[in-house]
Every structure is written in C-alpha cells, then in structure tokens.
Design a protein around this ligand. Structure first.
Ligand code: DON
Length: 321
C-alpha cells in the first residue's frame, strides 16, 4: 500500500518511540573494553535522516560515543569505492558467518572462502586493502575522509577508547595473523589491525550515523552536504552486506522481526537503512548477549512497525513536508 505522511507525523512518531523505549530494562554495557563499561547506561537517542536532508531527533543524539563495529560499514564502503563490487566479493566475500563478530572458528571454517567485511576478520581484511597499501598514515586519512563524507562532518578519535581497545584486543591480534596464514590479508597484519582498532575507537553521534545511513538509503548522495559520495550501483551491495550480517548470529531474528537492514556496534549504536525512505540510527549503551543495543533495537523496531516499512514488503511510505 502507498502511504503519505508528513515529516511532522514522523517527528511525533520518533518522540513516541523514545518515550516508549526509554525506560526499557535489560542488557549491560560492553565490559570487555573497560572504557565502554564506564559510559552512562541511561543515555538514549534516536535520529532519522530523510533524503531531503531533514534530520529528526529525540534524546541524546549529539552525545559522542564509540562507533565500534558500525565503522565496518564505513570501511566496507571505502574499499567498494576504491576497488569496485567484484573485487570486494573476491577478496573478502559477502557471506554471513552465523557466528559471533569476533569468531576465530568462522575463519577456520571458511578458510577457502572469505566471509564479509562486516565481521572482525573481514573488517581487518578490508583495512588491509585500503589504498595506498603500505602507508599507514595515508590509509588512515582515506578512512577518516570517507567517514566524514558519509556522515557529513568529522568523526573524532576517542583517545581513551583507542588506548583501552589496543590494550585488550588479544583476540583481534590472533585474527589478523590467522588471516595472514590464509592469505586473506593484503597489507602488514599489525598495521591493518591497528587501523581497525583505531576506526572502532572513533567517536560518532546518532545524528551522524543517521546521515551516513541516509547516504546509503539515498544511493550514495549525502542528503545534507549533497555530495555524491559513492556510485549509486554500490548502494544495494552495501545494504545487502548490512542485511546479511548486521547483527551477527542474531541477524536472521533481527531481520525477521524488524524488516530493516541494520548494523550494530558494542558502543551501543545501531545504523539502519530503509532504501529510498530514510536512514535511522539509535544509541543506548546496554547490550544483549550478542553485543547489540537493547533499546536501539526496540526503538528501530517500534518506528518500522508503526510505519509498516519492511524491505521484504510492507507499505510504500512517502514523507512530505
Ligand atoms: O573488535 C572489537 O571487539 C570491537 N572493536 C568492535 C566490536 C563490535 O562493535 C561488535 N559489534 N556489535
């Protein structure tokens, strides 16, 4: 069914979702990275960005939190921009692992077939691919420029988070060297790991995430800066990567119940894409046992269900002023 709503209706719905979800209990801050354990668990924000460039916000949408695994979407886009869709499929892959984000088992099981840039192993591979290969400083500039272009403003490194992650990333160190063993890393493993750790330690707001999400929903055109950030043909590729593995081993359950391709991070952020309609982001630190924000999931589901938007069906919604 076709349905037209005003941006004011959407504003009311975003406020309603915030009010409904804000007292939801359950979940715990990530504690395997000490910095994340200390963040106020009551923070909660929802931001929706429309292709018109309008951003609708409720709650703590300007609080800067650790982007963590949502950064995997950004670097996946960067290597898609630099290499094209086929090379990313060949060098990393686009399969769901069905296993936790930091799984070593997944690498062993798929040793003849890479997985996806949206789990730790594939994300470290993606960082190794970033051009110019061999030059850490220039690679970091490419990563952060791409983040700015997608979000419409600079993201800033959270030094304390970077230190905290670097001091505790033993599992990821094993992943980087195991990838080397299977010829699935395309630059120095330690450098690739450090770039991955740094990109996860970038500070972002829910508002910035929603703008990046809308850039994906809007075929690569940033709705706020009006820059064509990536080729429109890459948009469905990015959304399909997000849809297949955005919630790791709970991706199927998430898609089945929400209908919204979305990517989570242990900092409490979730970025969701409804192609052609909007980008949505929510942030709240307490996570379920798979590492996905409890309130962010509930808020996105609430809004999607009330609008009846779903990439597998649902209504065709248009938002007017
Ligand atoms: O690699 C890690 O452990 C973190 N820097 C990121 C993990 C993460 O956000 C997983 N997502 N839910």
């Amino acid at each position: 069914m076709k349905k037209t709503i005003t941006s004011n209706d959407l504003k009311n719905l975003v406020n309603e979702a915030h009010a409904q979800v804000k007292d939801l209990k359950g979940g715990k801050n990530a504690n395997y990275i000490p910095f994340l354990d200390k963040i106020d668990s009551n923070l909660f924000g929802i931001s929706v960005c429309l292709p018109s460039g309008e951003v609708i916000e409720a709650g703590d949408t300007n609080y800067v939190f650790g982007i963590e695994s949502v950064s995997k979407v950004y670097t996946a886009i960067l290597v898609l921009r630099q290499y094209g869709a086929q090379a990313v499929l060949d060098k990393i892959g686009a399969d769901a692992t069905g296993l936790p984000f930091n799984s070593i088992m997944a690498i062993l099981l798929e040793n003849d077939h890479p997985s996806t840039p949206l789990v730790n192993a594939g994300a470290i591979s993606a960082d190794s691919m970033v051009k110019p290969v061999g030059n850490s400083e220039a690679k970091w500039k490419a990563i952060t420029d791409n983040m700015r272009e997608l979000s419409g403003s600079d993201l800033k490194l959270l030094d304390e988070l970077y230190k905290s992650e670097s001091e505790t990333n033993f599992n990821n160190r094993s992943i980087a060297w195991l990838l080397k063993n299977f010829n699935r890393i395309y630059d120095d493993p330690n450098m690739s790991l450090d770039l991955y750790t740094r990109q996860c330690s970038m500070g972002v707001t829910a508002k910035q995430l929603s703008i990046a999400a809308c850039t994906i929903a809007n075929n690569g055109l940033n709705p706020v800066t009006k820059q064509q950030v990536f080729d429109p043909s890459l948009s469905p590729k990015i959304t399909s990567l997000i849809a297949t593995v955005g919630f790791y081993e709970h991706t199927g359950d998430w898609l089945y119940t929400s209908g919204v391709p979305a990517k989570s991070g242990v900092g409490g952020g979730v970025l969701g894409v409804v192609p052609g309609l909007f980008g949505i982001a929510a942030f709240a630190p307490p996570l379920d046992e798979a590492g996905n924000s409890v309130k962010a999931q509930a808020a996105i589901k609430y809004i999607a269900q009330k609008l009846n938007v779903n990439v597998f069906g649902g209504d065709h919604v248009e938002v007017i002023n």
